[in-house]
Design a binder for this molecule. Structure first.
Ligand SMILES: *Cc1c(COP(=O)(O)O)cnc(C)c1O
Length: 400
């Protein structure tokens, strides 16, 4: 097997990469403007403009740019009031970043299962956990098993598809919990016609190299809460209370985005709708070409969702298809095609083995069967056909 490529890294000649950036708009022009005017560091008009334009796009009142999505999540949790020894309900089927940020705050994750059809945080299990495993006491909700206060729910909209938010928002209101959306993979996705990122109390995006729009590395916090937005700006810029005397009344962070990175993002944001259309075309083509292959099941879009199909993922049933997901990834690698499995569920990762995981019944099968296929915005029809043919060439003829 070939060495896996770093996410977002350019692929060697002839290799079809999983997901690489598309840079074909005003990126050069805006970055040149930063260099020509000497505005290269962590202030400047592109930072302000990116914040303004992203907030307008998502439909929130405020946005605060950060150096990456993980930093955005860390600060979002802090301003939302997550404190040491609190608990946060989080999807176990996710990239690890949001879970780590819970621990950065000294709080603890409680892992939630995925639903079997759309693979997002299972809202029924969230409700069941809060109703059956927790109790209301002195104006707060406590986990009966650990005795800790449950403070927040952190749904992760994975692969470009939204979580089923209404039941999560309803139970959060009932028990006075904050909802922090991790929308890093799903900028532009919609839930019942509403943009992800404006559904909960606060949300985060990432502009890492493999995300739908990229600054190389960057992130954003969005919210309608003015006090939280102000606090987020303060904490991400070293908590400076007096810019002349350098007075700091709190411990801050240097989580700023630079103007050069913001310039690139502004150019990328101009192309977002086009990128989403391209991603949806790629996904539709795979569904059309692979939907009938025995033992292959492409991801599905809920009737209440508009997915941006950040990644195109299939489930591989070894008994019917003939190869396991890992064998298929090996076969594709041999054909010069980069594919990858899901993240190992976080409740199985060493730092989190002692944390509570509630009725996890679905994600192990998803982890066992999932394969994400090449789906860059710029992927060509010929490249997709190479992927489709490589997958079909394995399938045994269907008995009639
Ligand atoms: C990429 C990603 C992040 C973190 O973003 P970085 O910018 O890489 O720090 C957080 N959550 C999810 C679900 C992601 O996919």
């Amino acid at each position: 097997m070939r060495e896996p490529l770093a996410p977002g890294a350019p692929a060697p000649e002839g290799i079809i990469p999983l997901c690489v950036p598309e840079i074909r708009g005003n990126e050069w022009k805006y970055i040149k403007e930063c260099l020509d005017t000497n505005w290269v560091s962590s202030a400047g008009k592109f930072v302000d403009r990116f914040e303004r334009e992203l907030a307008a796009y998502v439909g929130t009142r405020y946005a605060v740019a950060t150096c990456n999505g993980t930093a955005a999540l860390h600060i979002a949790l802090k301003v939302a009031g997550v404190e040491p020894d609190d608990e946060v309900l989080v999807s176990t089927l996710t990239f690890i970043s949001p879970v780590n940020t819970i621990r950065y705050c000294g709080a603890w994750p409680v892992f939630m299962d995925a639903d079997p059809i759309y693979w997002q945080m299972d809202p029924q299990k969230v409700v069941d956990f809060l109703e059956k495993e927790c109790q209301w006491h002195n104006g707060a909700l406590y986990n009966k098993t650990t005795g800790r206060r449950v403070k927040a729910i952190l749904p992760v909209h994975i692969l470009g598809h939204p979580c089923n938010m209404d039941p999560i928002l309803e139970v959060a209101r009932k028990y006075n919990l904050v909802v922090i959306e991790d929308a890093a993979e799903s900028l532009g996705a919609k839930y019942k016609g509403r943009m992800v990122g404006q559904l909960g109390d606060i949300a985060c995006f990432s502009f890492n190299g493999n995300k739908i729009i990229t600054t190389g590395g960057g992130g954003m916090i969005v919210t309608d809460n003015e006090a939280w937005a102000r606090k987020a700006k303060y904490l991400t810029t070293q908590a400076k209370d007096d810019p002349i005397e350098y007075v700091h009344n709190e411990i801050g962070y240097n989580y700023r985005l630079t103007n050069v990175q913001a310039a690139m993002s502004v150019a990328q944001l101009e192309q977002l709708e086009e990128f989403i259309k391209a991603k949806r075309r790629v996904a539709a083509y795979y569904v059309q070409q692979l939907g009938e292959v025995d033992g292959i099941a492409p991801s599905r879009e809920a009737p209440w969702a508009k997915s941006i199909f950040w990644l195109c993922t299939i489930l591989v049933d070894k008994d019917r298809y003939g190869l396991s997901s890992r064998e298929l990834i090996g076969h594709l690698s041999g054909c010069g095609i980069q594919a990858r499995p899901f993240w190992m569920p976080i409740h199985r990762q060493r730092p989190y083995l002692d944390c509570q995981a509630y009725r996890i019944e679905v994600v192990d099968r998803l982890y066992d069967q999932a394969v994400s296929l090449p789906c860059s915005v710029g992927i060509t029809r010929e490249e997709m056909d190479r992927v489709v043919n490589a997958i079909r060439s394995v399938a045994s003829p269907v008995d009639s």
